[in-house]
Write a protein that binds this ligand. Structure first.
Ligand code: FPP
Length: 224
């Protein structure tokens, strides 16, 4: 059985879910947050140590202002409401992506990271304003600035995931098969599962089914 240390998730399909329910795209995001909470609980139950969630990409800025505002309000609400609880559950929160939001949100993100920084049960990497290409370019710039050799070990030091093992498993919900500029380096040998369900409909049972399948895959890492 394969060990499972790190699950990464592209939580796709909120907007479509909201519209399918004859509500709004934003109603889909709100429902998506419930799934986030369920999946965090289930991740702990499965004793998985790292969970990376793609919440907002560098490309998502192209969306209507109203939707962007809603998403960040939702994030603010979530952190203000839940950070104590996450801390009690010994969850560490780390933001990956560039924190160039409003001064208030930047502050809230920093405070949340600091408060939970010593926790060891589960690390949640929340990808916000994250793009893998930008992350890689930044890492190469750091190498150049320090005149360090270009090799895997050195490059990894400057990725934002530097304290996280590469994902063993990537799940993308929403019946779309693409990586959308997410962890392009780190996913080199991950097992990838594309799930038909939209993110708000994804549940613990679906998650455990994927975990079970993953555990039984023969992982070769290039070997035979
Ligand atoms: C992709 O669905 C989802 C997002 C861009 C946002 C993800 C946000 C959440 C799951 C809720 C908020 C989470 C936190 C941690 C506050 P989409 O809108 O692209 O769906 P579509 O493909 O149906 O348009």
């Amino acid at each position: 059985m394969n060990p499972l240390k790190h699950v990464a998730i592209i939580m796709d399909g909120n907007g479509r879910w909201g519209l399918k329910k004859k509500k709004s795209r934003n109603a889909g995001h709100r429902a998506g947050l419930n799934t986030v909470e369920k999946i965090i609980k289930e991740t702990i139950k499965n004793n998985i140590k790292f969970l990376t969630l793609y919440a907002f990409s560098t490309e998502n800025w192209k969306r209507p202002k109203k939707e962007i505002k809603f998403l960040f309000n939702l994030l603010e609400f979530f952190l203000k409401d839940k950070i104590e609880d996450l801390n009690k559950q010994k969850i560490k929160l780390k933001i990956i992506g560039k924190k160039n939001f409003s001064p208030e949100l930047n502050h809230l993100l920093r405070v949340s990271e600091k408060k939970t920084s010593k926790n060891k049960r589960l690390q949640i990497n929340l990808a916000l304003n994250y793009g893998s290409k930008a992350e890689l370019i930044n890492a190469f710039k750091e190498l150049k600035k320090r005149n360090e050799a270009i090799n895997e070990k050195n490059l990894k030091k400057y990725l934002q995931s530097n304290n996280t093992p590469d994902p063993d498993l990537l799940i993308r919900t929403g019946d779309t098969k693409r990586l959308s500029n997410f962890l392009l380096w780190q996913l080199a040998y991950s097992e990838i599962f594309f799930e038909k369900k939209l993110w708000p409909d994804f549940n613990e049972k679906d998650y455990n089914k994927i975990i079970k399948k993953y555990k039984n895959i023969k992982r070769n890492f290039g070997n035979i």
